[in-house]
Write a protein that binds this ligand. Structure first.
Ligand code: KE4
Length: 434
């Protein structure tokens, strides 16, 4: 089947008349990799299908949610059954606690929690709670980490901001970010210096315990333990943003994988099974500051939406039930594809650094070890762009940015791994051709 994008190009032109850049989220515009973004009309299992009849192995999975692959029958059925009972009530339902109990069974540090409709809502509220709990204004985030688009967080953020090299964002007054301390990731000395410079003034540290938003970057050995220690010693709240890593790198997320108990956790993506859900939660004494119990206000029209709860319940029930085999299988498939492509790159002398935790990974087009934003930014993004376009032409859809993590699902198997490695061997020729 010749790979044409005529219909997608028409749809892009139509979309650009009404959406800035033709998209509802910047990274989808392919500005970081070039080429025309295919318009998806359906997806199933590990595959996306576009408006021109092309199909692709999907390596971004809606940016994390689709760990069970697309249109898992039991998830679709759960959503259909919920929809038949109306799509939203704006009242309490049993399903909210059903999902919360499935979350808590995997993430016991979330003694209490609340559902919202996005990861952005979750992280902005977690910071608000930490500030109320401590009475302090400053908070620490790390360069290259992205926690959603709340004003105070758009300071040297990762993801789309990193992709476009925007140091922060237009429209965010400096007063809004004056209490945001953006430090290098994996640099505990910088954290110690920040606490020394701002004694009793730092409310919290917010981090991705495994970073996905500058590409996949792992915590250095002992780093998370050091952050846990310094926050406890200074009375600051430790917030793990597990919107991406939750139920992804382990059933209990990075906090289970690395054995660290944060004070607050934010979640999203997988817990919604592809529908809009975020969550924040943690120590009850902090969470009980929330209205209507306490003075911290937060609200949401569609929080706990019954369709989103149904999709999340179906997804998490499956992950709980099959965890013993499911995560090792994801690990094996992910290792096979990541190492296979790395070997292909080595065979043709293309510098490639791989970074992977479970079924989230990144091929950095740099010879350097990647431990923070500065080292990630040594990547040859033009080479990544050539690789991305050549892979897409062959039906392999990677995340359209060097600074985004790739994800695979339980629907990916040996056939997809072999097809991906074979396509990479050809795509790497496009990289070396320059
Ligand atoms: P949302 O508001 O997009 O649901 O979640 C924000 C968020 C918070 N925390 C982490 C660790 C995240 O990765 C995200 C969102 N991730 C991006 C992907 N890098 C979403 C994709 C996009 O922005 O289009």
């Amino acid at each position: 089947m010749p790979h044409t994008l005529n219909r997608s190009r028409e749809l892009q032109q139509r979309a650009e008349k009404i959406f800035p850049g033709g998209v509802d989220s910047p990274v989808r515009a392919f500005r970081a990799v070039g080429g025309d973004p295919p318009f998806v009309v359906r997806a199933e299992g590990a595959y996306l299908y576009d408006a021109d009849g092309n199909h692709y192995i999907d390596y971004f999975g809606s940016w994390g949610p689709m760990i069970l692959g697309h249109a898992a029958p039991f998830v679709v059925e759960a959503i259909q059954q919920a929809a038949a009972r109306s799509s939203s009530y704006g009242a309490s339902t049993p399903a909210e606690a059903d999902l919360a109990e499935l979350v808590q069974a995997a993430v016991p540090s979330m003694q209490k929690m609340r559902f919202v409709s996005s990861g952005t809502e979750a992280t902005m509220t977690a910071i608000r709670l930490a500030r109320a709990f401590t009475g302090r204004k400053f908070f620490i985030k790390f360069e290259g980490c992205y926690h959603g688009h709340a004003d105070a967080l758009l300071v040297k953020a990762g993801s789309g901001v990193a992709t476009f090299g925007i140091p922060g964002s237009a429209g965010v007054p400096e007063e809004t970010v004056q209490h945001t301390l953006a430090l290098p990731y994996n640099d505990i000395a910088a954290v110690e210096a920040a606490f020394a410079a701002h004694p009793d003034q730092i409310a919290c540290i917010l981090l991705e315990p495994v970073v996905g938003n500058m590409g996949t970057v792992l915590p250095q050995p002992g780093h998370l333990q050091a952050l846990r220690k310094i926050t406890a010693e200074n009375g600051a709240v430790l917030i793990f943003d597990e919107v991406m890593t939750g139920f992804r790198v382990a059933l209990g997320g990075a906090q289970q994988l690395y054995g660290i108990t944060p004070d607050l956790t934010t979640l999203g993506k997988i817990i919604g099974g592809g529908l809009p859900v975020g969550a924040f939660g943690g120590r009850a004494e902090i969470m009980d500051l929330l209205a209507p119990l306490g003075p911290v206000y937060q609200a949401g029209t569609l929080s706990g939406n019954p369709l989103a709860m149904a999709a999340g319940i179906a997804t998490l029930q499956h992950l709980h039930q099959h965890q013993q085999s499911l995560y090792p299988a994801l690990e094996a498939t992910s290792a096979a594809v990541v190492d296979g492509v790395a070997a292909a790159a080595q065979a043709v002398g293309v510098p490639l650094t791989t970074s992977r935790v479970g079924a989230m990974f990144t091929w950095f087009f740099t010879p350097n070890a990647v431990t923070d934003w500065d080292s990630a930014a040594t990547s040859d993004t033009a080479a990544f762009g050539r690789f991305h376009r050549a892979m897409l032409q062959q039906g392999i859809w990677l995340p359209p940015s060097q600074y985004e993590a790739a994800f695979l699902s339980t629907a990916h198997g040996a056939k997809e791994v072999q097809a991906t490695i074979a396509a990479a061997k050809i795509a790497l020729q496009a990289v070396t051709a320059g």
